[in-house]
Design a protein around this ligand. Structure first.
Ligand code: GLV
Ligand code: MN
Ligand code: MN
Length: 410
């Protein structure tokens, strides 16, 4: 009989992990390198060690748990992240890590030792919500940023990443960049509506769209809301609001795959009767095509300049993240699609709207992803939900994709 993962065990681990940082509304908050992140890490590392896996922690806090194969050599790796945004759900990231544990546990219980080693990893600070950029741990793993540069990043709370990593006890000794796996496959919830809308159960992910994050700081003149005539104002709050409207307008005008979000806006002093003297906002632009993303960045920069000039406010801009679109290895995409079909699961090829660690691992080895449906396309929200039968289907496809990658050539 073919081995199958135990979906009840997977669900109970997901729920146990979600109790750490429980926000009381069905969600959880484990911002990268917070106390909650540390407690979540401790729990998952305990599970890894209980399974007898060889656990390593590298200089940026990425954790890799390996089960040896019949032969020496790089492992077939899966994984994801266990940090969350402040309004995180149960499944984002956690599914890929805990399903990976399931794969290793299921094969061990069935007495199967594949030719190649297998590993499950969780990467530090995938969300980038506290320390930008996103996918930071996997970026460092893949050699895209040095650990020293990463340690110097400053979080939204003014903390330094290196200090927070050391404080929670996860500044490990395994060197970065990490070793290239034989191949990397990541199971993740879709976080969008496409699979559900089409009644499909498995997504064979073709790639990840390009991401551009900018922080814009506007300096105006703090003044009295009642006495300052409209023509006298240098209102940083107004300029920030105009930029948010312009970002939406840009996405609407460009259409197609263009998305634009102003998700963070701070006004100073943030008071009812004071014209804001300072505003800080973020602009998240994404597109599947790099030239289109660059054009959107250019247009946004022009618009910001015009709005700032019109209001007489100063502008400074900081790039928080910039990643080109990534195409996954067609052999891995084909294998995911074929394996899903063989297991009777309706499957669809689709690109990812969210960033993922797999896009960084794709710099090192053939990489791909498996998506399962998200109810209502909702994620980064406590209401995030994926049905048990979909978790079961996704984790079993992960098992069989990894098993094939661990035996055969691509
Ligand atoms: C991070 O994972 C993102 O897509 O924002
Ligand atoms: Mn994720
Ligand atoms: Mn996320």
């Amino acid at each position: 009989m073919e081995p199958r993962i135990d979906v009840d065990r997977l669900q109970s681990r997901l729920q146990e992990l979600a109790r750490i940082g429980d926000t009381g509304d069905g969600g959880c908050a484990r911002l990268a390198l917070s106390d909650e992140d540390r407690d979540g890490r401790d729990l998952v590392v305990t599970w890894m060690r209980d399974l007898g896996l060889d656990v390593t922690i590298d200089g940026i806090g990425n954790v890799v748990a390996t089960r040896p194969g019949r032969e020496d050599g790089p492992p077939v790796m899966c994984g994801s992240h266990i940090d969350t945004v402040a309004t995180g759900g149960v499944y984002d990231g956690n599914l890929g890590v805990l399903a990976g544990l399931e794969v290793l546990e299921t094969l061990a219980a069935a007495g199967i030792t594949p030719r190649r080693a297998m590993a499950v990893a969780f990467f530090t600070d995938e969300e980038g919500a506290r320390f930008a950029p996103d996918m930071l741990g996997s970026l460092v793993y893949a050699g895209g940023m040095s650990v020293e540069e990463a340690y110097d990043l400053v979080g939204i709370d003014g903390t330094r990443l290196g200090e927070e990593l050391a404080r929670i006890g996860y500044m490990g000794t395994t060197p970065c960049p990490g070793l290239a796996p034989h191949a990397y496959v990541e199971l993740h919830i879709e976080q969008g509506p496409v699979l559900e809308r089409h009644g499909d159960v498995i997504g064979a992910v073709t790639g990840v769209q390009g991401i551009s994050w900018q922080e814009i700081e506007l300096g105006g003149q703090l003044n009295h809301a009642g006495t300052t005539p409209m023509t006298f104002r240098h209102d940083a709050g107004f300029a920030a609001a105009a930029i948010a409207v312009a970002a939406r307008q840009l996405a609407t005008d460009v259409g197609g795959d263009q998305v634009a979000t102003v998700g963070k806006l701070d006004l100073r002093p943030d008071l009812v009767n004071v014209v804001a003297g300072r505003a800080t906002l973020t602009v998240d632009l994404r597109h599947t095509d790099d030239a289109s993303l660059a054009a959107a960045e250019h247009r946004m920069a022009e618009t910001v300049r015009q709005i700032a000039d019109g209001e007489g406010v100063s502008v400074s801009r900081r790039q928080l993240a910039r990643f080109a679109p990534v195409a996954f290895d067609p052999r891995v995409v084909d294998l995911v699609e074929k394996t899903a079909r063989e297991h009777g699961q309706p499957v669809r090829r689709l690109p990812s709207g969210a960033g993922h660690d797999a896009q960084m691992l794709a710099r090192l080895c053939p990489a791909g992803m498996i998506f399962v449906p998200s109810r209502g396309g909702i994620s980064h929200n406590p209401a995030e939900y994926s049905a048990p039968e979909h978790l079961d289907a996704g984790a079993n496809v992960l098992l069989h994709v990894m098993a094939q990658l661990a035996e055969a050539e691509l």
